[in-house]
Design a protein around this ligand. Structure first.
Ligand code: NDP
Length: 441
């Protein structure tokens, strides 16, 4: 029987499938014992190297409906930054609450939490009742963990009261050599991408898809102007592509000329550098003049107000987003990176019949549609830089510091970048766009 690590080096999924499963595996974890280390330290001064460790943990056994996967590569999502900061709450609270729901969930409550909500890899073992997948399959993961035991989620899984984000609200996540997922989380890996490219898509892409394209989100139409904050970040980098694909007009907001150039190379024409727009004074009071100046800048650039505003920075921008949206327009939000207590002038909302939509992750149908766009070569990865698993804390720190472009990858079992490509022809056709964000990593 071959060794899993050796089979991974050979990039041989069939051999990986027949390997003996190791009893322990390397994983990026936070520890319950560390929960107090940041007491009294402001968020922006918390050093994630103190809390995001790489260590060995025991291999979990797949239960009915579950799959154990070999993770070739993963990527950093902002939820791993929150996890390592123990903000806004410690994820051990989620794991503890999950463990109390059912005896089969009890094993999620451990003194360690394996983080990570994206992965590309190979099916190793399937639990009882899994029929759709078999060992050796090359897969990517969707982060939605849900049983659909409650009828509330049958039309849209995000309404299920037991819906969780894998690797954030559950244990055994993707920043590791092995990971445990529900079989329903698996989707086929796009054959023309490397492992690390494939692992850099799903959480943020599917979230942006639901926000913009889905009927559960803003249901964008051809010709819609869409204001996109952070257009070179994880969510915004995919949002820009979705808007261009759908015949919309992206208005990309970024914070540097380097990022503006990237947006142009992707095909966006309307770009605003947010440097010079301070929306709040040092005492936390709104600078209304700058809110209006930003609205006017958008209006002049786009020849009108945006029908959709793609929101996630939260407190710093939310009031401006509500102001900027067109009459009858939509602000669709999935996050509050800069603070979750938002301030906006409600007159702009009600008198101009705007609406705010809350959005979170994506249901299975949305995730599969988004993944299909990747497989068809209509959405390209935005991977800029890749770290080995041992340097996962450096990777998370780069994202926390906003010192990254697009997505930051992490190699887990893959020994180097560039493995996993099975369809060279499709890759060749889209190579310029696939590697666009790598131009300056
Ligand atoms: P990234 O850090 O990759 O990108 C965020 C971008 O936002 C940055 O590139 C930056 O661009 C911009 N930004 C940062 N701070 C500000 C600010 N104060 N004002 C305006 N723009 C700002 O993160 P992601 O895109 O991956 O995630 C963003 C947020 O969304 C996170 O809080 C994350 O947890 C959340 N999220 C929520 C999901 C859900 O399902 N609910 C799913 C995915 C993410 P620039 O500096 O160029 O303007």
């Amino acid at each position: 029987m071959t060794d899993l690590a050796e089979s991974a080096v050979a990039d041989d999924p069939e051999a990986m499938a027949s390997c003996q499963i190791p009893d322990r595996y390397r994983a990026a974890v936070v520890l319950a014992a560390d929960q107090g280390v940041f007491a009294g330290i402001p968020s922006n001064e918390r050093d994630l190297h103190q809390t995001l460790h790489v260590t060995e943990v025991p291999t979990p056994e797949p239960q009915p409906g579950e799959v154990l996967i070999a993770v070739m590569a993963s990527s950093i999502n902002y939820n791993t930054v929150w996890t390592a900061m123990f903000e806004p709450v410690s994820t051990f609270r989620f794991l503890n609450a999950f463990a109390r729901t059912h005896t089969s969930a009890a094993r999620h409550d451990q003194p360690y939490h394996v983080a990570g909500s994206d992965a590309a890899g190979v099916v190793l073992r399937v639990g009882p009742g899994v029929t759709r997948w078999r060992p050796g399959d090359e897969i990517v993961t969707h982060c939605l963990h849900v049983d659909l035991a409650d009828h509330a989620g049958h039309d849209d899984a995000l309404r299920d009261p037991d819906q969780r984000i894998w690797g954030y609200e559950t244990n055994f996540g993707g920043l590791a050599e092995l990971a445990l997922v529900q079989a329903t989380q698996l989707m086929p890996k796009p054959a023309h991408l490397t492992w690390e490219e494939a692992a850099s898509l799903n959480l943020t892409l599917s979230t942006a898809y639901r926000q913009l394209v889905s009927a559960h989100g803003a249901a964008m139409k051809q010709g819609d102007r869409v204001l996109i904050w952070g257009a070179c970040g994880g969510l915004g980098g995919y949002a820009t592509q979705l808007v261009l694909n759908g015949g919309g007009i992206p208005i990309c907001v970024v914070s540097s000329e380097e990022k503006a150039a990237l947006c142009r190379r992707r095909g966006a024409e309307l770009i605003i550098n947010r440097e010079g727009f301070e929306f709040w004074d040092p005492h936390g009071n709104p600078r209304r003049g700058n809110w209006s100046r930003f609205r006017d800048t958008v209006r002049d650039l786009a020849g009108g107000d945006p029908e959709i505003v793609f929101e996630h920075p939260g407190r710093e921008t939310f009031g401006v987003s509500v102001l900027c949206a067109a009459r009858g327009g939509t602000v669709v939000t999935c996050a509050s990176t800069s603070g979750y207590e938002h301030v906006y002038d409600n007159r702009h909302l009600w008198m101009h019949v705007k609406r705010i939509i809350g959005s979170h992750s994506a249901n299975y149908a949305e995730a599969w549609r988004a993944n299909d766009l990747v497989i068809r070569g209509r959405i390209q990865p935005i991977l800029s830089r890749v770290y080995p698993l041992d340097r996962v804390a450096d990777a998370a720190c780069a994202v926390r510091a906003n010192a990254h472009l697009g997505k930051v990858g992490v190699l887990c079992l893959a020994p180097k970048e560039g493995l996993g490509i099975r369809d060279e022809r499709t890759r060749e056709r889209h190579l310029d766009q696939i590697t666009l964000f790598q131009w300056n990593s």
